[in-house]
Design a binder for this molecule. Structure first.
Ligand code: ARG
Ligand code: ZN
Length: 883
């Protein structure tokens, strides 16, 4: 079935469709084993395109009937397409009726129509609609949808689809029906239906314009008490989009439905968002502060898609970042605005940058590197990436930086004036922002700026400074470069907004501003500088680049203490830590346990921890050592074991030597009052959790049982999941003897809470490796009665937590981790190719590995690649990895 499908698709080959679909009426007879789908469409030829047969996409469908204008017709089935040749000539509309059946209960790919916990759900983005019926399954074909759902009433009392409910009633044999009409034309990827035994939290709101709306969050019966935060987040999202961008809710009814089987985070189907339960359900007893924050941002993200994605959609899937980069930018801004104070905004910004640098930078330097607007793909599902999403958001953020906040809002307004109701490109978006700001740097440099869309790879900005005491000048030279990426050998210079400041020896701010770097190299001169300053470069992380500057320790310590830019203040601490880690790693003669961190570093960290006015959340970020994967990116040859050992040794030393300071931090913040997941109290809990973890780690060396005992007590008594889980994690990561009883107790308490069990699995699979103990533990976890590889959340909690988030445990000298990886990739590929392809990417950076790991990794990848029956998803990843 896959032959003929292994064809790469190129952006340059885009052609408008040969036909338009104006309307579609779908009737479903829902049955898990065999669902009948009657599809009646009105089509017409696109007279601007060359005459051609109609090729409708369809996958894993059983075709029963095809009628054109009510008459039987000849057709061909080839390569997952239904081909019709003898269609009416001219531009008049004609009717096409197609009857098919599909098997939702057997749909383990979770694309198209599938069953989860006895309910029906759909996922159509990117190309899932073709698994429901034959269609022009491409985003530039937009149709009006009418949907009739029929199902057993007792089993499926709730029947939902996009838009408005226009009719419902009972049928014979205990069945019932519901009819939905979507008032907006939409591409097939935004279609959705849900049928099941669900309950809803409901909220009526009146929007600014005075219109009433019904908001609903649908979940399984026992979960209603965990929907308040999602509903609050939805209301906040609606208010925010109106206030910040003047974008109102355009539907009478807006629904969110949660399902525990979902490939990704959530999906913005028009008026009927479908979510992974992970991003809906929260109570203080079951969800951590991070969960609460994620729910807020994902609810916001999907809601914001209603304008950026649905009202204006993508012409083709190469333009995915048009909606995703923009919508991530919008959800980041939403969370920042909700956080309120400048310091809380900065914390959110640092967290976002950390994701970009630990996940996207490696992607951009590896075999899957691609531009924000890719030029080719084999399987589009492989391009729902941190590059398209997070780097795409940085590109939008740079536009806002270049035209200002108001200018950006003006640009977005023009974008909707021009393109509402249409399927457009990244070029259209950039053009609208520039045209609304004709005198801006962006407008002047638009063509060059758009290289951010076309060139892959992370640019480097190499900075160097020269102070002239006599002339009282400081000269700063900025030089940019970008290494080749697959298929792109030469890179042209980017437009790089560089936030700048000069900090005096006494900590005073001597200069600040924004420089837009456009040439390969530029030199700036600052006048009237009385003493040698410390440059603070790339403030706020003003561009997604790697900044190189040979800072001395003293300079970094000065920035950490005084920089007015919180991002660079944090960054100075990270640089101090990375420099030390790299020194130790290269110093191969020194065993990790003999590593000694220097007093200036220790004192700088202590000063932050003890600082009287800094936020707890910010302290926690500074005291968190750079991730192992981030450290690995700074090295040409990577020995994950050595990196892990060095980082752990640094962590232990910080734990031991700052023990009194951790103790003080713990005591100072331990009580956070009535639970509220706001940034300030979340920050306090984060720092308390970190303190407890360090105190348990310190106790490990001394054998002292006081702190593990306190952690166990806190674990038992905690009034919220954040404190409880942090205490549990402190015991597990410090290798305490109390970890086992705590884990057992935790499981007993939460055995019926799937999302909490995911945490329980993930904590163990991601635990620091001690003598190779994690892999056997992971194998045991896979035999646990609660493990189920078909549930993506559960598979991720065990297999991904080990292969992708535990480098010290995964990159075993005996290569057993890689063997495990290849077996799981193949096992998952037979069930769910999308999930398998994500796992396949765990070995993206194999070429950097030290021998013999490098050879062992290549062998494991080659073993997977040698299989003849791979999905396109996995094949694309492993082929690129070996190229
Ligand atoms: N558009 C969704 C979002 O909000 C992602 C859906 C991706 N699904 C997929 N199967 N590739 O980001
Ligand atoms: Zn999205």
């Amino acid at each position: 079935m896959r032959e003929g499908q292994n064809n790469v698709i190129y952006r340059a080959d885009y052609q408008a469709p040969g036909y338009w679909i104006d309307s579609v009426e779908l009737s479903f007879d829902l049955d898990p084993a065999k669902t009948r789908v009657l599809n009646r469409m009105k089509l017409r030829r696109n007279l601007d395109a060359a005459p051609q047969p109609l090729r409708l996409d369809g996958e894993e469908l059983n075709l029963a009937r095809v009628l054109v204008n009510g008459q039987g017709t000849s057709f061909k089935l080839e390569d997952n397409q239904l081909v019709l040749e003898n269609l009416p000539e001219g531009g008049d509309s004609f009717d096409l009726e197609i009857l098919t059946t599909c098997q939702p209960a057997k749909n383990t790919k979770l694309m198209g129509l599938y069953v989860s916990n006895d309910s029906f759900f759909t996922q159509c983005e990117a190309e899932g609609f073709r698994r429901i019926t034959y269609f022009l399954d491409r985003p530039d074909v937009m149709a009006s949808f009418t949907v009739l759902l029929r199902a057993d009433k007792a089993k499926y009392p709730v029947l939902l689809s996009n838009g408005n409910l226009v009719d419902q009633g009972d049928l014979a044999d205990g069945r019932h029906f519901a009819k939905w009409v979507d008032p907006f034309r939409k591409p097939s990827y935004l279609f959705a239906l849900v049928a099941g035994n669900l309950v809803a939290r409901e909220q009526r709101i009146r929007a600014r314009g005075g219109k009433e709306h019904l908001l609903q969050v649908f979940v399984r019966a026992g979960d209603l008490d965990k929907t308040e935060h999602a509903m609050n987040s939805l209301m906040a999202s609606i208010a925010w989009d109106e206030a910040r961008f003047g974008l109102p809710l355009d539907l009478e009814r807006f629904m969110i439905v949660a399902t525990s089987d979902f490939n990704m985070g959530a999906m913005e189907n028009k008026g009927l968002n479908i979510f992974n339960t992970k991003y809906v359900l929260a109570s203080q007893a079951t969800a951590t502060d991070t969960d609460f924050a994620n729910i807020e941002s994902v609810v916001g993200h999907e809601y914001f898609h209603n304008w950026t994605g649905n009202r204006v959609t993508c012409r083709d899937w190469f333009q995915l970042s048009l909606k995703e980069g923009l919508t991530v930018f919008r959800d980041q801004e939403f969370s920042q605005d909700l956080a309120g104070e400048a310091s809380a905004r900065a914390v959110k910004r640092i967290e976002d940058v950390r994701v970009l640098r630990t996940a996207q930078f490696p992607e951009d330097a590896g075999p899957m590197a691609h531009p924000v607007r890719p030029d080719q793909y084999l399987e589009i599902n492989n391009f729902y990436t941190v590059t398209v999403y997070e780097k795409g958001a940085e590109v939008v953020r740079m536009m806002q930086t270049l035209v200002g906040r108001e200018g950006f809002a003006r640009g977005l307004k023009l974008y909707f004036e021009r393109h509402d109701g249409h399927a457009v490109t990244c070029d259209d978006f950039a053009q609208a922002i520039a045209d609304a700001n004709p005198d801006s740097t962006l407008a002047r440099l638009l063509d060059q700026f758009k290289r951010w869309y076309s060139q892959a790879g992370t640019p480097r900005v190499r900075a160097s400074g020269l102070y002239d005491a006599d002339a009282r000048t400081y000269r700063l030279t900025l030089a940019q470069s970008c290494a080749p990426t697959p298929g792109q050998d030469v890179k042209e210079p980017f437009v790089i907004p560089v936030g700048l400041g000069l900090v005096g020896a006494d900590g005073a701010e001597l200069a600040s501003g924004m420089h837009v770097l456009t040439q390969e190299s530029e030199t700036l001169t600052f006048e009237n500088i009385g003493s040698e300053p410390v440059p603070s470069i790339l403030r706020g992380f003003s561009a997604p680049v790697i900044l190189e500057f040979d800072y001395s320790d003293a300079q970094l310590i000065a920035l950490l203490a005084h920089d007015t830019d919180p991002f660079n203040r944090w960054e100075a601490g990270q640089r101090l830590a990375v420099n030390r880690a790299l020194g130790f790693i290269r110093d191969a003669g020194v065993a990790a346990r003999d590593i000694r961190l220097d007093p200036p570093f220790m004192n700088a960290m202590r000063a932050v921890l003890r600082h009287p006015t800094l936020d707890a959340a910010f302290k926690e970020l500074v005291l968190t050592l750079p991730a192992e994967t981030y450290i690995a990116e700074q090295l040409d040859v990577v020995d994950p074991q050595r990196i892990h050992a060095v980082r752990e040794a640094m962590r232990e030393q910080l734990a031991r030597e700052l023990a009194p300071d951790w103790e003080q931090a713990f005591e100072q913040h331990r009580e956070s009052g009535a639970y509220r997941p706001d940034p300030v109290s979340s920050g306090r809990r984060a720092l308390t959790g970190m303190a407890l973890s360090n105190l348990c780690l310190a106790a490990r060396a001394s054998g002292d049982q006081v702190w593990p005992g306190k952690a166990y007590q806190r674990f038992k008594d905690a009034g919220n999941m954040t404190d409880r889980f942090n205490a549990l994690a402190a015991l597990v990561t410090s290798g305490s003897e109390l970890a086992a009883p705590a884990l057992q107790r935790f499981h007993a308490i939460f055995k019926d809470e799937a999302l909490v069990l995911d945490k329980w699995f993930a904590l163990q699979a991601g635990a620091p490796d001690r003598g190779g103990n994690v892999l056997p533990a992971v194998k045991q976890l896979m035999n646990h009665p609660d493990f189920n590889i078909r549930n993506p959340n559960r598979a991720r909690s065990v297999i991904f937590s080990y292969c992708s988030a535990n480098p010290g445990g995964f990159h075993r000298p005996d290569a057993a981790g890689y063997v495990f990886w290849s077996e799981r990739v193949l096992e998952l590929d037979a069930i769910n190719p999308q999930v398998a392809a994500r796992l396949a990417r765990a070995l993206d950076r194999w070429k950097k590995l030290v021998e013999p790991l490098r050879s062992a990794a290549r062998e494991a990848i080659a073993r997977v690649a040698a299989r003849p029956d791979l999905s396109n998803d996995v094949r694309e990843v492993v082929t690129r990895a070996l190229a």
